[in-house]
Design a protein around this ligand. Structure first.
Ligand SMILES: Nc1ncnc2c1ncn2[C@@H]1O[C@H](COP(=O)(O)OP(=O)(O)OP(=O)(O)O)[C@@H](O)[C@H]1O
Ligand SMILES: [Mg+2]
Length: 287
């Protein structure tokens, strides 16, 4: 579909206009469960009737599509190089979720020439009114590209396991983001905790350290248990909240999402435009 037809179609839907909130899901250490947390959080919101998209921005190791049993035809690079619109490359996943793949070629993103960069932002601007939430699944740690997305996002979810190595790396990430933007809302999720006590203790001590050394108030979202269901769900390429909605981890995810909507999702100002504006600024600065 060309841009014009799509704009017309969207104009007729303008009563339904949204203003997407962009949430980057990050970790310090790799393999702590970011992609699973991102995907299942997003799907849970979608099941509640929210319009949700997830962008796979894990450069080089994009695998959200595998977790959903999809194989994506197009990537962001195709959109830029082959004159496709963003709507051409967005695919539908389970529970009506929309999915956009970064693709491995995405690593060259930062070297895009001015024209392609403009095109990227133009296309991005087209979708802000169509979603309530856009989740960015980031690679582990911080790269030059991923930092810009994190800093532009409205909120950042930091995922860690209770292991000291994961916590140390997650703390380094929190510190890094905080040094660049003190006001960024940071949410903490502990994944794979063995017991409730371990989950609560990990959350509390992480929060305490951030407060003490950075004077940063982290929002504690909660913890998810270590649950074999996640491994089974990954093997069957189905998000765990769909694979077994009564599993411990799925119930915990539901609690987490409810907590987010009830406690943190106040009717505050949100603007997709501010995300795009920050992205443009950050890219200009880093050129
Ligand atoms: N709550 C959990 N219970 C049990 N196993 C889990 C849980 N969360 C994640 N895992 C296991 O950890 C693996 C890695 O998860 P995932 O791919 O989501 O991590 P990631 O942080 O996105 O990794 P990467 O840094 O490579 O992107 C999963 O395939 C699963 O086997
Ligand atoms: Mg991942």
């Amino acid at each position: 579909m060309n841009d014009q037809a799509e704009s017309l179609r969207r104009l007729t839907q303008s009563s339904n206009e949204k203003n997407a909130k962009v949430i980057a899901v990050v970790s310090g250490k790799g393999g702590v469960g970011k992609s699973n947390v991102c995907l299942n959080f997003a799907i849970s919101l979608s099941k509640l009737g929210k319009k949700v998209a997830i962008f796979d921005l894990d450069i080089g190791m994009a695998n959200l599509d595998i977790l959903m049993g999809l194989s994506s035809k197009y990537h962001i690079v195709d959109m830029l190089e082959n004159q496709l619109t963003i709507w051409d490359i967005i695919e539908k996943g389970p529970a009506n979720i929309s999915y956009l793949a970064g693709g491995s070629g995405f690593s060259s993103f930062i070297q895009l020439n001015e024209e392609l960069m403009q095109r990227f932002f133009q296309q991005l601007e087209l979708i802000g009114q169509s979603f309530d939430y856009i989740f960015l699944d980031m690679g582990a740690g911080a790269t030059k590209e991923s930092i810009q997305f994190m800093l532009a996002a409205h909120e950042v979810f930091v995922v860690t396991t209770p292991e000291p190595t994961a916590m140390t790396d997650a703390y380094a990430m929190v510190k890094y983001i905080h040094l660049h933007d003190e006001s960024k809302p940071l949410f903490l999720i502990v994944n794979r905790s063995e017991t409730e006590q371990e989950g609560l203790r990990t959350l509390a001590s992480f929060q305490r350290v951030a407060k003490q050394f950075l004077n940063k108030e982290l929002q504690v979202l909660g913890f998810l248990p270590n649950d074999k269901v996640v491994i089974k769900a990954v093997k069957s390429q189905t998000p765990f909240v769909i694979f077994d909605e009564k599993a411990k981890v799925s119930l915990s995810m539901r609690r987490l999402v409810n907590e987010y909507l009830n406690d943190f999702e106040k009717e505050e100002e949100r603007s997709f435009g501010s995300f795009i504006k920050k992205m443009k600024m950050l890219f200009k600065e880093n050129k």
